[in-house]
Ligand binder design. Structure first.
Ligand SMILES: Nc1ncnc2c1ncn2[C@@H]1O[C@H](COP(=O)(O)OP(=O)(O)O)[C@@H](O)[C@H]1O
Ligand SMILES: [Mg+2]
Length: 402
C-alpha cells in the first residue's frame, strides 16, 4: 500500500498505539548540548530527524541535526516554530523554563517528560519532597531564606550540612558546606551575597556520610511500560562526575531496591520519557534520593558502548511509545573527558579507538575550556575490575594539546 507523506503524517498524528504507524516524524529537542547531540544520533540511526531549539550557534546538537532554531528558550516565536514542526518534543537540559514547556503543551505538542515533572526537578525543595512522597527517602532538609530559618534548620539538621541554591545548580555550583554552626550565619550571608546567587532561595541539607553515590535511569512509555538501566556507581571529582562504573558494586538486594524505587517513582509521577535519579548509598546500607534529572544523564553514557540499547535509544523509544528494550549489557566503566584550558586538540584518539572493548565519544565542542565536558571514554569487559583498568589506560592515552 502506498500512501502520500501527508496522509502518513495525518495518520501518524492521530495514532498513539502506533506499532505499525508510518514513521516520518521529526523530534523536537529543547537544548543544544551533548545530550541533544547523542539523542539526535540515536534518532538518526533509526531514520528520524531532530530539530534543536537552543541559544548556541554551531552547537554540539545543532551541528548534527536537521535544523537548529537558534533562540533563547523563552522566545515565543521560536517555540511556535518548533511546535509547528514537531509533535513530540523533549528537552536535554533541565533548566529550560518550565513556562516554555507549558506553552508548548498548551499548543498541543507532546512534551516528554511533562512540565509537571520538569517543575518538580527544577526546585530542590519540591524535588526532595516529591522523592519522599513517592517512596524514596531523602536526607533531612529545610528551606532557608532567612537567618532565623537557618538557625532553626541547623538545630534540626546539625552540621555538617550543605547549603544549596534551590534552583539552577549543576556540577556543585551554588553549594557550600557548613561545618561550624557558629560561623553558619556568616557563611550564609557570604553565599547569599555572591553575584550569581542574587535573588536566589536556598535549601539546607544534612550532609550524607555516604559509602557510594549511585544513580538509576528509568524510562517509561505512554503504555505504562517501564524499564531501568542497571544501577550506576558514580565517582565525582570537584563535584563533577569523573567515572561511572556499571553495575554498581553494591549487593544485588540493594541494587534491586534502588531500581524498584525508580520504577515506583516513574509510575507514580506518570513519567513519559526517561529520567535519572541520583542517590546516595549510605554506610549502613540505606538508599537516599538526592536529585532527579528529567532527561538522559552523564552516568548513563556508558550504555552507548556497553549496552545493546543505550539510554538515548531508550529515551527515543519512550518518546515514540515504542516497546522498551530490556537492557543487556557488559560490565563497563566510563570516564569523562573534561577540557583543561590548555589546548583544543585531543591527541591519542586514533590509538584509543583501536583498543579492544573501548568506545570513545566526542561532543564536537570547539573550545576545551577548563572543566567543560568534551567527551567520554567507555571500556566494557568481562569483569568490572577489567573495565575500570582499561578505561583508565585509555583515558591516560588522551591528552589535550594546542
Ligand atoms: N546532602 C549531601 N550530602 C553529601 N554530599 C552531597 C550532598 N548534596 C550534594 N552532595 C555532593 O555534591 C554533588 C553535587 O550535588 P547535587 O545535589 O547532585 O547537585 P548538582 O549535581 O545539581 O550540582 C553530589 O554529587 C554529592 O557528591
Ligand atoms: Mg547532581
Amino acid at each position: 500500500m502506498v500512501i502520500s507523506i501527508r496522509e502518513a503524517r495525518e495518520r501518524f498524528a492521530g495514532n498513539t498505539a502506533f506499532s505499525e504507524a508510518p514513521r516520518m516524524e521529526t523530534i523536537g529537542i529543547l537544548g543544544d548540548g551533548q545530550l541533544g547531540r547523542l539523542l539526535s544520533l540515536a534518532a538518526g540511526k533509526r531514520g528520524y530527524d531532530t530539530i534543536i531549539l537552543g541559544p548556541t550557534p554551531d552547537s554540539p546538537a545543532g551541528l548534527i541535526s536537521k535544523e537548529q532554531i537558534v533562540a533563547a528558550y523563552d522566545e515565543r516565536k521560536a517555540l511556535d516554530a518548533l511546535a509547528g514542526k514537531c509533535k513530540r518534543i523533549t528537552y536535554e537540559f533541565e533548566n529550560v523554563p518550565a513556562g516554555s514547556v507549558r506553552y508548548l503543551e498548551d499548543r498541543g505538542a507532546h512534551v516528554f517528560p511533562s512540565s509537571n515533572i520538569l517543575e518538580m526537578a527544577q526546585d530542590r525543595v519540591r524535588e526532595k519532597a516529591a522523592l519522599e512522597e513517592h517512596g524514596i527517602p531523602v536526607t533531612k532538609f529545610a528551606k532557608v531564606d532567612s537567618h532565623m530559618e537557618l538557625q532553626k534548620a541547623l538545630k534540626e539538621i546539625g552540621c555538617p550540612a550543605v547549603l544549596k541554591t534551590t534552583r539552577d545548580g549543576y556540577d556543585g555550583h551554588g553549594q557550600i558546606v557548613i561545618r561550624n554552626p557558629d560561623a553558619a550565619g556568616n557563611d550564609f550571608e557570604l553565599h547569599r551575597n555572591k553575584k550569581e546567587n542574587n535573588g536566589k532561595t536556598f535549601i539546607l541539607e544534612k550532609m550524607v556520610d555516604f559509602q557510594m553515590e549511585i544513580s538509576v535511569i528509568v524510562a517509561r512509555n505512554e503504555n505504562g511500560q517501564t524499564c531501568t538501566f542497571p544501577v550506576a556507581e558514580n565517582e565525582h571529582r570537584d563535584n563533577i562526575l569523573h567515572m561511572t562504573i556499571v553495575p554498581a558494586r553494591i549487593s544485588p538486594e540493594a541494587a534491586q531496591r534502588a531500581q524498584e524505587m525508580a520504577v515506583r517513582f516513574a509510575e507514580e509521577v506518570r513519567l513519559v520519557g526517561l529520567l535519572c535519579i541520583e542517590m546516595f548509598y549510605t554506610k549502613d546500607g540505606k538508599i537516599l534520593g538526592n536529585e532527579i534529572a528529567p532527561r538522559t544523564h552523564n552516568s548513563g553514557h556508558w550504555s552507548i558502548h556497553g549496552s545493546e540499547v543505550s539510554q538515548f535509544d531508550q529515551q527515543f523509544r519512550a518518546l515514540l511509545n515504542e516497546r522498551l528494550e530490556p537492557v543487556r549489557y557488559k560490565p563497563s566503566a566510563m570516564i569523562n573527558i573534561l577540557g583543561e584550558g590548555n589546548g583544543n586538540f585531543l591527541s591519542g584518539q586514533i590509538k584509543v579507538r583501536k583498543m579492544e572493548g573501548i568506545g570513545l565519544c566526542m561532543y564536537g565542542k570547539a573550545e576545551a575550556k577548563k572543566g567543560r565536558k568534551m567527551g567520554h571514554v567507555t571500556a566494557s569487559a568481562v569483569t568490572i575490575e577489567e573495565a575500570i583498568e582499561r578505561a583508565k589506560i585509555a583515558r591516560n592515552e588522551l591528552r589535550w594539546e594546542r
